[in-house]
Design a protein around this ligand. Sequence first.
Ligand code: BTN
Length: 179
Amino acid sequence: MRNNVWPCAALLLATILSSHLATAKSKHSTRPSHANPSTGASETGQPASSAPACQIAGTSVWKNELGSTMTITVNASGSVTGSYQTGAGCGIGQSQVLVGSCNGYGITFSVNFAGCNSTTAWAGTISSSPSIIRTLWYLAMGTPPAWNSIIAGSDCFVPASDYPQGLAQCSLAKPKQVR
Ligand code: BTN
């Protein structure tokens, strides 16, 4: 009789331990579960939420440290459309077409600098308090490839209504843990 108790106790202990480990793993995970593109189900088996909620909604106007102005409209499914007027480089002040997408705190957009033989793509994160979009960008020349055909940099955008004083937040504000 006593010989039968130990395997049962060991099995019970192993079950309790693995359930504790699974709970701890899900509590400490910093990434949200992602949807399976073929089934639409998340890793947890729950249906993925249908629309990404961009932290910027509707139409807003932003300015960066180069004095560039970006006007964007974000729709319910995260598509971004708008215009871009650079404050530096070729075509200063000219309105250029901007397209992109946004998902939660992440945003990407690109501009075809018509008449300038170049395109630029930005990828960034949105901070809501303070209101900032931090980005990294690549500018690719439309000319045949040369050693300097692609240049990279960073831009920080603040609401046009906070410009220029809001730019101070770009160097002061630390990204904070939001999930
Ligand atoms: C060009 O000079 O070829 C076109 C204008 C490029 C302007 C760049 S895009 C990245 C950086 N951020 C801006 O707001 N302007 C410059």
